[in-house]
Write a protein that binds this ligand. Structure first.
Ligand code: C2E
Ligand code: MG
Ligand code: MG
Ligand code: MG
Length: 287
């Protein structure tokens, strides 16, 4: 009978699942400890206007270095943080830390600098999210118009009404919103029109598709056109070479984030990087 086969398959499945769950639990405990012992930190990847080379702002990205000096990538630990609920506390810490850095950069003269911060579904749908955002802005004195929250398309699918309502409240605070990894989440276009967002971030995969053969970049091109039709700002993620930068600009996308311009930088490296490129826009007394 087929039963033995099934049973074998089942045992195989649970055995592997056991390992996976055990690993996940271990990682979750390690993550909590890392957070409590301040082993998490932020790096900042500059966002560039390709026409001028000017840095407009940066995206804050979370990093975890273990006591052994090993880096665990966010794609691995963010899902665990979400699954375990740890993301609520971690996310609030990310928000506050990034806002403090924004305020610091302003204090040394980068008064037009924008800070983009990732927000995950579990954080966003938490009943106290708006309150903690409001308080973080108040405590840090960060100007909301220079703050941008990155949400993902998939959030639009989970609970559209809650999303629309929350986005509206965020906009009322003066904070900007972008859709991260755009094009990968299959959200409907009619949906997008209803959402009060400012910016689309073209997912890295579609930028990567831009190769010598012009037809390969067609999804990126479509997203640029869509964004233009909806009156949204468009930024490309993962720009790695000059050819991609040129092609994107031909499409009409002028903002970029990617290794070609800058990798994610530590707090100190970002400050140095900015200072080496430009003198801060200090309001001068000379006229
Ligand atoms: P994301 O928000 O889409 O961030 C962009 C990712 O692309 C970053 O990966 C960045 O390092 C990478 N990247 C940028 N330019 C290039 C490039 O030219 N080439 C390549 N190969 N990669 C590039 P990272 O830092 O590993 O983060 C991965 C994801 O983890 C993020 O994707 C985001 O979804 C999540 N994440 C990171 N930090 C946070 C956080 O503070 N909160 C939340 N909720 N999620 C976060
Ligand atoms: Mg992002
Ligand atoms: Mg992205
Ligand atoms: Mg991503």
């Amino acid at each position: 009978r087929a039963k033995t086969n099934q049973r074998g398959g089942y045992e195989y499945f649970t055995r592997n699942m056991g390992v996976e769950i055990r690993e996940r639990v271990l990682l979750m405990h390690a993550l909590r400890a890392a957070f409590e012992h301040e082993r998490l930190f932020l790096v900042y990847q500059p966002q560039i206007d390709m026409r001028t080379g000017k840095a407009l702002g940066a995206e804050a990205l979370l990093r975890w270095r273990t006591d052994e000096g090993k880096f665990i990538p966010p794609d691995q630990f963010i899902p665990i943080a979400e699954y375990s609920g740890l993301i609520v506390d971690i996310g609030e810490w990310v928000l506050r830390s990034a806002l403090y850095e924004l305020v610091h950069l302003r204090s040394i003269g980068y008064t037009e600098f924008q800070m983009a911060i990732n927000v995950s579904q579990a954080q966003f749908s938490h009943p106290l999210f708006m309150q903690s955002l409001h308080k973080a802005l108040q405590d840090t004195k960060a100007p909301p118009e220079f703050v941008e929250l990155e949400i993902t398309e998939s959030m639009a699918m989970k609970d559209p009404d809650l999303l629309i309502k929350t986005l509206h409240q965020i906009k009322q605070l003066g904070v900007n919103i972008s859709i991260d990894d755009f094009g990968t989440g299959f959200s409907s276009l009619s949906h997008l029109q209803k959402l009060d967002v400012d910016k689309l971030k073209i997912d890295r995969a579609f930028v990567n598709d831009i190769q010598q053969d012009a037809s390969e970049g067609s999804i990126a091109k479509m997203i640029v056109q869509l964004g233009q039709n909806l009156g949204l700002t468009i930024i490309a993620e993962g720009v790695e070479n000059q050819m991609q930068a040129n092609t994107l600009q031909e499409y009409g996308c002028f903002l970029a984030q990617g290794y070609f311009y800058a990798k994610p930088l530590t707090q100190q490296d970002l400050r140095t990087w900015l200072q080496q490129r430009t003198q801060p826009q200090l309001s001068s007394n000379q006229s």
